[in-house]
Design a protein around this ligand. Structure first.
Ligand code: BEZ
Ligand code: FE
Length: 290
């Protein structure tokens, strides 16, 4: 077939998929072609604008390295990461809600004992405690709790000059027999996502800021349960309603409470004035694959 025009080219491309043997590859390809062609028909780009679009994607690719994933950042900033997360986590009632992983997770973070100070950087004292249960409230003993957060200036350890050599503000803990965890750290601050590349330029062109509200990341796993990837956001942060990656959910926002003389709700002794963050996590049972 020849003589393609704006009315028949979409069908022509889809017809070429007739011999695609994988039903899933065919479904994905067909939908991609339909939506991409509709996008172009909707926008009617000039040749120069299409060239700019190709240049933008080329720039995104060139920005990627072992330590920088600009395509994931693009997906984050366009809300696609949160959409994929939502589709894949239609969770059981009472399970803790999920949110994006982000680029600052480090595999096998340093192990700490419950109660340890996990951050050596300066900043206001934080005491974080909570428990890990199933959706019916049964404590999960020995659950692996990975946590990481920015410092009081809004930087992750891996963004510092010394980079991976000096991991801090991150830890791996294990819950006790009653499913509890607790650690000492510093209060994190809001921060911009890396915006010195094409995604930063895109945000600028869209009239958007690059900030994420202050949060503490958690990745929690226990045998037989869905791995939970989430954050706890600090209530009162100025960016809670405009998170650049659309990751905030009401159920994940908690106030920092100034510790009074005495003990924390979970019974730990902490200096008065320390900011206390308490969050209880509920893990959904792993889906049984057929
Ligand atoms: C983060 O929370 O660490 C993050 C998430 C998405 C993009 C950039 C950073
Ligand atoms: Fe973060």
């Amino acid at each position: 077939m020849r003589n393609f025009d704006e009315n028949n080219i979409t069908t022509a491309v889809i017809d070429r998929l007739a011999e695609c043997t994988s039903p899933r590859a065919r479904q994905i390809s067909e939908s991609l072609v339909r939506h991409l062609h509709d996008f172009v028909r909707d926008v009617e780009p000039t040749q120069e604008e299409w060239g700019e679009a190709i240049g933008f994607l080329t720039g995104v690719g060139k920005m990627c390295s072992d330590t920088r994933q600009e395509f994931i950042l693009l997906s984050d900033a366009l809300g696609v990461s949160m959409l994929v997360d939502a589709i894949n986590h239609r969770l059981a009632k009472h399970a803790t809600e999920t949110t994006v992983l982000g680029p600052f997770y480090v595999e096998n973070p340093p192990e700490y004992a419950l109660g340890d100070l996990i951050d050596t950087r300066p900043g206001p004292a934080l005491f974080c405690e909570g428990k890990v249960t199933d959706v019916d409230g049964k404590p999960l003993a020995g659950a692996i709790v990975d946590t990481w957060h920015s410092d009081a200036e809004g930087f992750y350890d891996v963004q510092a000059e010394a980079g991976l050599k000096s991991l801090t503000g991150r830890a791996r803990l294990r819950t006790d027999a009653e499913g509890r965890f607790w650690f000492r750290s510093i209060v994190p601050k809001f921060y911009p996502i890396p915006h010195d590349g094409p995604v930063g330029k895109m945000l600028e062109a869209q009239g958007r800021h690059p900030y994420r509200p202050a949060h503490v990341h958690f990745m929690i796993s226990a045998p037989g349960y869905e791995k939970l990837i989430t954050h706890v956001f600090l209530d009162g942060d100025p960016y809670l309603d405009s998170d650049v990656v659309f990751g905030v959910k009401d159920s994940l926002v908690k106030p920092l409470v100034a510790q009074q003389p005495g003990t924390t709700p979970a019974g730990h002794a902490v200096d008065a004035g320390t900011s206390l963050l308490h969050y209880d996590f509920a893990l959904a049972r792993e889906a049984i694959s057929s």
